[in-house]
Design a protein around this ligand. Structure first.
Ligand code: SF4
Length: 285
């Protein structure tokens, strides 16, 4: 069984930075917690737990006098409350996410109706909306624009993990439907390069392999996006969190399997998946 790897996959800059920061704080200062999972990957969270980095699901659960903000960021009110409680804040928000929060805040303060193109309820999107005093509207796709009541000045940002094609479609629809009624329409391309590169590499992989296995957390938005894109190419695509989930029926009858992984998937988990596929013998997994 041959395995072809996506040209770009696995840990991105923001995830690597966040994990390194958390490890360093625990090592130098003692047990600490992240507010929510530092990244949406169970193996990473489990490994950090062994290194004295736990997870607090709210500020009430924070045990030490410091807290780590996860890579997806949080609303401004959460930062303010942490400070009011006297907690030292270790901010592991990815700088690219932080930049979106600032763009959204500035546009909101300048009187723009902010639209966030993203997954409603996703931590990153909740955080961005929180930097507009909760006033930003969330559009999950171009169809959602029909239900939004937009003002004369409209500013748009995208969740870092969205697909650029979908963002283009949303902006095209927004322009067609609302530009005539707008004084100003401001669009920021805030899709992360790491995301865009991994998506392009996944599409290449889907075109050149018989089956694609995408490795990453079930809650990981960027991993799920890779799955959707490969599905869209018509290639059988499976999402696994670990090698143990691979079923022999997925591989039977094929000789070239593509493997890609989300930006929060650690190398060792990807390696286990590769080894399991390479060792596959029909009837053996
Ligand atoms: S995918 Fe991009 S925005 Fe998200 S954590 Fe990684 S570098 Fe940051």
């Amino acid at each position: 069984m041959r395995v072809k790897l996506a040209k770009q996959m696995g840990f991105c800059f923001g995830v690597r930075r966040g994990i390194t920061l958390a490890e360093r704080v625990a090592k130098e200062r003692g047990p600490v917690q992240t507010l929510g999972a530092i990244v949406h990957n169970r193996q990473v969270v489990d490994r950090l737990a062994e290194m004295n980095v736990g997870v607090a699901h709210s500020l009430d659960e924070v045990e030490a006098n410091r807290v780590i903000i996860a890579t997806h960021g949080v609303p401004r009110t959460v930062m303010d409350e942490a400070r009011q409680r006297g907690l030292e804040i270790v901010d592991a928000t990815c700088p690219y996410v932080r930049a979106i929060q600032e763009k959204a805040r500035k546009m909101h303060e300048a009187g723009f109706q902010v639209v966030v193109f993203g997954d409603r309820g996703h931590t990153e999107v909740v955080g961005i909306v929180g930097w507009t005093d909760g006033q930003a509207m969330v559009a999950g796709d171009a169809d959602d624009l029909a239900t939004l009541r937009l003002s004369r000045k409209v500013g748009v940002v995208a969740q870092t993990t969205q697909s650029i094609m979908d963002y283009e479609a949303l902006i095209a629809r927004l322009t067609a439907q609302h530009l005539a009624a707008c004084l100003e329409l401001r669009v920021h391309n805030t899709i992360c390069n790491a995301t865009a590169e991994r998506q392009a590499a996944a599409l290449d992989l889907a075109e050149s392999t018989e089956v694609v296995i995408v490795v990453g957390g079930r809650d990981s938005a960027n991993t799920r996006r890779l799955v959707e894109l490969c599905h869209g190419k018509g290639v059988p695509t499976y999402h696994v969190e670990s090698a143990a989930e691979i079923a022999s029926s997925w591989l039977t009858g094929h000789s070239l399997i593509g493997v890609t992984a989300g930006a929060s998937t650690p190398d060792w988990v990807i390696q286990e998946v590769i080894e399991k596929i390479e060792a596959f013998e029909p009837g053996g997994v």
